[in-house]
Design a protein around this ligand. Structure first.
Ligand SMILES: C[S@@+](CC[C@H](N)C(=O)[O-])C[C@H]1O[C@@H](n2cnc3c(N)ncnc32)[C@H](O)[C@@H]1O
Length: 285
């Protein structure tokens, strides 16, 4: 049997472009739970107020930006929302227009080469962002460079997003003699709090702390939940992309069934839910 495992590799912006439309519903609001946990760290250590200048780095569909503005701080702080995928930028721009976010600037930008000047931000947030960059050290050093002395950094990563376990189980079941491991973009050096703290300390941050939190993927039914995870897997796994259509569909059917079985009915009866585990890490410059 092939040794199955996970590898980090470069996800091109086109992958996130394709994912943009499905991303928000795909993890069923878990991303908002994670940002709220990050913001509660900020509240304890360096609260956001009207004079804050915030970077939402690898913003996706404006996840941290929305949560910050939902806090109702008056007047709202300045926020710079950046992402390298045009699809995510388009969604963020549409929210800016629809919700009249006058203090938000939206820019397409690679987090590994920020075009901001040194020491611009009071708060620098990258939720489920910088850990996915091909060169996350460069990403963190750019966050350090653009943060004011004493400024606050908050990042998050996955401890266990659940679908990789199902992907590997399906691979082992259907291809017991495979010579190659299944390739999945799961960055191993961000999967426990000690590593996450080390990553920030090595980038020069101090007062670094990290905790595992749980967050909930809430879906209308388990089929919708599984189909979103199947969509992600099709986009991010080179192993899946390399198969012919018949093999891919056979695998996807088996994988989807495993994912469906992970969901359970939600307590309030509104649908189904799946608990995911993330790590939130914060520090100061
Ligand atoms: C998992 S999503 C997270 C989105 C959002 N921050 C959230 O909290 O849900 C990862 C995001 O990182 C962006 N991203 C990945 N690599 C990037 C890079 N090198 N520079 C800028 N954005 C990047 C992707 O386009 C995508 O929007």
């Amino acid at each position: 049997m092939a040794t199955t495992g996970t590898e980090k590799f470069s996800l091109l912006s086109v992958v996130f472009d394709e994912m943009a439309k499905n991303y928000e519903n795909g993890i069923g609001g878990a991303q908002k739970d994670i940002v709220r946990a990050l913001l509660s760290h900020s509240k304890e250590n360096y609260p956001i107020n009207s004079t804050s200048i915030i970077h939402d780095n690898a913003c996706g569909p404006a996840v941290a930006t929305s949560e910050i503005l939902n806090q109702g701080i008056t007047p709202p702080p300045q926020i710079f929302a950046t992402d390298y995928a045009q699809g995510m930028i388009d969604i963020t721009n549409s929210y800016k227009e629809r919700r009249a976010w006058d203090t938000v600037t939206v820019q397409q930008m690679d987090g590994q080469a920020l075009s901001f000047e040194d020491e611009k931000f009071t708060h620098s947030i990258s939720s489920l962002g910088v850990f996915l960059f091909p060169d996350e050290k460069k990403g963190l050093s750019e966050m350090y460079r653009t943060l004011k002395p004493g400024g606050w950094i908050g990042v998050s990563s996955w401890k266990d997003v659940r679908w990789p376990t199902a992907a590997i189980a399906a691979y082992e079941k259907l291809f017991p003699d495979a010579k190659e491991p299944m390739i999945l973009p799961v960055p191993k050096n961000w999967m426990d709090p000690e590593n996450c703290e080390r990553n920030l300390l090595q980038a020069g941050f101090r007062e670094v702390k990290s905790e595992i939190i749980h967050c909930i993927n809430r879906q209308e039914n388990k089929e919708i939940g599984a189909s979103a995870f199947a969509g992600f897997l099709r986009q991010v796994s080179p192993t899946v992309k390399a198969w012919d259509e018949e093999t891919r569909e056979e695998y996807m059917a088996y994988y989807s069934k495993l994912v469906e079985d992970m969901f359970s009915p939600s307590a309030d009866g509104s649908g189904v839910e799946l608990t995911l585990y993330a790590i939130v890490t914060s520090g100061r410059k």
